[in-house]
Design a protein around this ligand. Structure first.
Ligand code: 13P
Length: 278
């Protein structure tokens, strides 16, 4: 059954748990995430983002995810993260990716609707799922403004007009934070969950404190995107290793780094409630 699309991971808008989306950048990351999924008996999403495509190439990444996910019994989906043009969506779908996210959050509302609708159509024609975004989750040092947060009426209309399977919303998180300090607007999330018929997605989860992640799952988030926090864990582990064991074999160093990622991913799966659901 692997790899599968997001609807085949066992989640829907009413399950009381969320699935983790973990950005992968090379085979080490892919193996480390799949190992955590096996340990936790949890479904998992291997996410391919634009920076990683620039770094490793689209086909090598998707192919590696396909080969490694076929080796495991727990449900694993391969998902394109933050596509901003239709060409990359088409290329990823042609390579057999199971799910695509179109990020039209920087476009006008109408342009976001038009392009996301097209992406949904392209994905569904190939049995893939599609995620859209409404509201703005800023990057780096940018602060979330009230006007960035998702407007419930707009989001309901957006979900209906585009037909997305999953919808990313803005609740107070920021992409790329290296430590967890942000909280989320849980009242807004409850309203969105009540009104929107599809599962909701939280981006920028590395920067959100654990209590707010757990509350977000209770209040309706069903997919949680983690990227920066895993890179931080790997970099810290390798830095310590290179400093303390300069003569060790490099592959041993990488093995230790993968183990550190696996431990971090497994703890996220427990926090999201997906352990034992795979
Ligand atoms: P972080 O890098 O902040 O964890 O965000 C990940 C993300 O939202 C990927 O889509």
């Amino acid at each position: 059954m692997n790899p599968c699309n997001l609807n085949q991971l066992g989640i829907d808008r009413d399950t009381p748990w969320a699935v983790g989306h973990f950005n992968i950048h090379n085979q080490e990351f892919i193996r480390a995430v799949v190992k955590a999924a096996e340990k936790e008996r949890s479904p998992a999403i291997l996410a391919v983002g634009m920076m990683s495509i620039k770094y490793m190439g689209l086909e090598p990444l998707i192919t590696s995810c396909q080969v490694i996910s076929k080796e495991t019994e727990v449900p694993v989906a391969i998902h394109l993260d933050h596509a901003r043009d239709l060409e990359i969506v088409e290329q990823a779908l042609d390579l057999g990716i199971n799910s695509v996210m179109f990020d039209g959050s920087a476009l006008s509302y109408e342009e976001n609707v038009t392009k996301t609708t097209k992406v949904v159509q392209m994905a569904h024609e190939r049995g893939a799922t599609a995620e859209g975004e409404i509201g703005i989750v800023p990057h780096g040092t940018d602060q979330v403004k009230d006007s960035d947060m998702t407007d419930p009426a707009r989001a309901v209309e957006f979900a209906e007009r585009t037909g997305v399977d999953f919808l990313a919303v803005s609740l107070g998180s920021v992409h790329g934070m290296k430590s967890a300090e942000a909280s989320l607007n849980q009242d807004l999330l409850k309203t969105l969950h009540q009104q929107i018929p599809v599962p909701l997605v939280l981006h920028g989860a590395s920067g959100v404190v654990d209590d707010h992640i757990a509350a977000a799952v209770a209040n309706g988030i069903r997919k949680i995107n983690v990227n920066t926090g895993l890179k931080v864990v790997l970099k810290n582990d390798l830095t310590r290793c290179f400093r303390d064991s300069p003569d060790s074999d490099l592959l041993q160093d990488f093995e230790g780094g993968m183990e550190a990622i696996t431990t971090e991913v497994a703890s996220k799966m427990r926090l999201f409630g997906s352990s034992g659901k795979g």
